[in-house]
Design a protein around this ligand. Sequence first.
Ligand SMILES: Cc1ncc(COP(=O)(O)O)c(C=O)c1O
Length: 383
Amino acid sequence: MFKSYNPYKLEDKMKSLHHFFSENMESFLGYPCNGKFDYRSLYPFLDYPLNNVGDPFVSSNFALNTHNIEREVIEIFQDLTKADKSETWGYCTNGGTEGNMYGLFLAREIHPNAIVYYSDETHYSVNKIIKCLNIKSTRVKALPKGEMDLNHLNQLLYDNQNKPAIIVCNVGTTMKGAIDDLKGIRNALKKNNIKRSYIHADAALSGMILPFVKDPQSWSFADGIDSISISGHKMIGSPIPCGIVLAKSENIDHISQEVEYVGSKDTTIPGSRNAISPVFLWYQLKKLGFIGFQRMIKKCFDVADFSIKMFKAYGIEAWRHNNSVTVVFKRPSDYLIKKWQLAVNGETAHIITMPHVTKRKIVSFVKEIAEDKKRALKQVSSL
Ligand SMILES: Cc1ncc(COP(=O)(O)O)c(C=O)c1O
C-alpha cells in the first residue's frame, strides 16, 4: 500500500525534482525539444478536467474542451503546410508518432493491399506503426547523408508495380536532419506507373522550420503530400509532448464513425485527448507570430553554424544540411554522450541547436569534445 507524505516532505520531494530538471536543462543538447517557453499565465487552466475528446470540428456534449483553440492551431498549420483549407482536416496529437500512425492508418484504409516504403533513416516509430497496422513494407536504402536513395526506391517500385505504394517521406530525419526528395519520389511513382499511391510526410521537427526559410525543399501539400505529422513540443516548445496531424478531408471518411456517447464524430486515434497542449501551441504561435518564429529559427541556424566553426577550429569534422538545425559529428565517448544528453546512432552523433542552446554552451561543449578526441588519440598512440 502506498502511504501519504506529510506536506513538508511532499514539498521537498517536488523541490528536488525541480532542481534535477533545472540542472539537466543546462546540458540538454542532443534532442529536438525547445526548452525556452513561459506558459505560467496558463496555470489557471489546470483547475479543470479538460478533454478534447472527439473531432475538433464537430461540437460535443463534453463542453470542457478547447476545440475552438485547437481549430485555430490547425488553421495556422494549414497555412504553414500550404494546405487547401476546404480540402484538409487535422487535429492536435500527442506527438509525432501519433501523427505518423494517423497518416499510415488512413493510407492503409484507402489502400489495404499497399506496400509501405520507408528509408533506413526513418524514425523508429514508423517501423512500430507498420507492425501495429499489419501492413506490408519494404525498407529503402538511405544515402550517406541521410536522404532516401531514389535509385533503390525505383528498383523496389519496379519490382512491385502491381501494388499500391504508401511512401513515408522524411522531412528532416531524426539523426541527420535530411529531407527526402519529394519531387524525386513522385517522379519514381510516375516512372513505375504506380496508379494508386499515398505520400505521408514525417516532418516532426522540420515542419516547423521550412515554413520560415527562404529556400524550402519540397515538403508541403502544394508539393503533393497526402498527410503530414509535425511535433509541437519540438520547435514550438511545450512541457507536454504534443503535435499536429493534417490530412485530406476526403480520406477521413474512411475511418470516421458517429459516437452517441460523446455526441461527436470519432475521427482521431485516441478517445480522450489532451486539451491543454493545444492551448500551449496556440499561445506560443500567437505570442511569437510568423515573424517571431522566423527570427527564432534564424538564430538557431546561426548557433548551428557557430558550432560547426567551433568544431572545425579544433580540427573536428561537423556538418548540417541546408535548413536544418541538426549538427552531425563523430560519436564521442560514452561519458560525454551522457553528460550532454547526446543522441547517437552507431558512429554518428548530433546536437540540435534548439532555441535554448546558446553559443556559450556550445563553446564549453566543443572544448570538451576536442579534449575527449585528444585523449582517445593519445590512448591509441600509446598502444
Ligand atoms: C523524424 C521523426 N519522426 C517522428 C518522431 C517521433 O516524434 P514524437 O517523439 O513526438 O512522437 C521523431 C522524434 O524525434 C522524429 O525525429
